[in-house]
Design a binder for this molecule. Sequence first.
Ligand code: EPZ
Length: 430
Amino acid sequence: MDRIRIVGGNQLNGVIPISGAKNAALPLMIASLLTDDTLTLENVPHLADVEQLIRILGNHGVDISVNGRRERQGESYARTIHFTCRNIVDTTAPYELVSKMRASFWVIGPLLAREGKARVSLPGGCAIGTRPVDLFIEGLQALSANIEIDGGYVNATAPEGGLVGARYTFPKVSVGATHVLMMAATLANGTTVLGNAAREPEVVDLANCLNAMGAKITGQGTATITIEGVRSLSGARHRVLPDRIETGTYAMAVAMTGGDVILEDTDMALLDTALEAIRRAGAEITETNSGIRVVRNGAGIKPVDIVTDPFPGFPTDLQAQFMGLMTMAKGTSHITETIFENRFMHVQELARLGAKISLSGQTAKIEGVSRLKGAPVMATDLRASVSLVIAGLAAEGETMVSRVYHLDRGFERLEEKLTRCGAHVERVSD
Ligand code: EPZ
């Protein structure tokens, strides 16, 4: 099994190209199930989760062709992928496929909308909390679906004539349930109004793509999304938006090691709150023609308290990385996680590098130390694993991160991007 070996101590200097967002690409790919025409997605990142979803969609009858387009010599590959689902050949998403990635559960929306039925295994994914599916079920029921749970599967059927538009207000903000209800409602009879909807940029990206396919969606990016059902959707061409989590991760890496890096092909507006926290920690962040410049020289890292929240708040997907940064702050900081109840698995691994962190309920107290020391550590989930990389970049000596398949789910060419900026990071295959 591959491991990542890091020898810490180098500053980061150079350019890092930011990939297309995993969490936008996944729902966009799933939207291809809604039409018998071709949906072409540009800027799709090459990640394990994308490959897994390609397998799942193939199982439902989606024909997929990939144009690998080398954007920069030896660097990042942004791919253009064509998805064509003339007929849905199978409305079942089996346990063997869905258990590997939670987002694959989202096929339930398009399958139900287009075929009137879906049988989808209850999901798996990162072990960061219980992550139930009650909101999906309640929401689909509001659209008149009949839902039964049996033997680990959700069996959903639409009434004769299809789903029926309705008003549904989420009791809690959910990115996935917003994606699914928005997709399902595009082909429903009548108008659906979703209240307390997720406002994440990835939701806006999906709504924009659906509109390019002929859907009638308004209000995306606000808490109330209105979807006027249409009879059918067509194909479209759409570019996946930049990965704000990858952007924030590398910005935090630069803040941690010091240096001067341009994050290319990305957009500050996608992560205002996180960038503001990094600024307060002592980095200079400015907009450039091609993206974002992050600089930290001389000054030490200042302690900053954060609380995770749905967009536009501080993203839970950057919480572990920010904790990595705070381990070397000059003072004590507090990080409160409000989205997932079990997203602190990186704490004990960061402690192996010498970090001083104590947990009280959903809040971590981080007492900054003046040095971290390399050690063997284990990746426990996608974002936790990259927090260990960030800490390893600043630690003295060698850090060996095992179970890197977690990283491969969400970070395209991580070693390459960091190495080109002067870091000592390599993949070791046993
Ligand atoms: C998306 O997951 C992201 N995944 C996650 O990123 C991200 O952490 C999360 O949104 C929050 O921003 C993708 O986009 C593929 P939620 P999702 O439904 O949609 C609870 C990563 O590392 N909930 O917004 O699964 C849930 O348990 C991943 O890239 C219910 O209670 O998250 C959580 O506490 C990890 N019932 C909260 O809502 C439900 O039916 C928010 O979850 C659904 C969710």
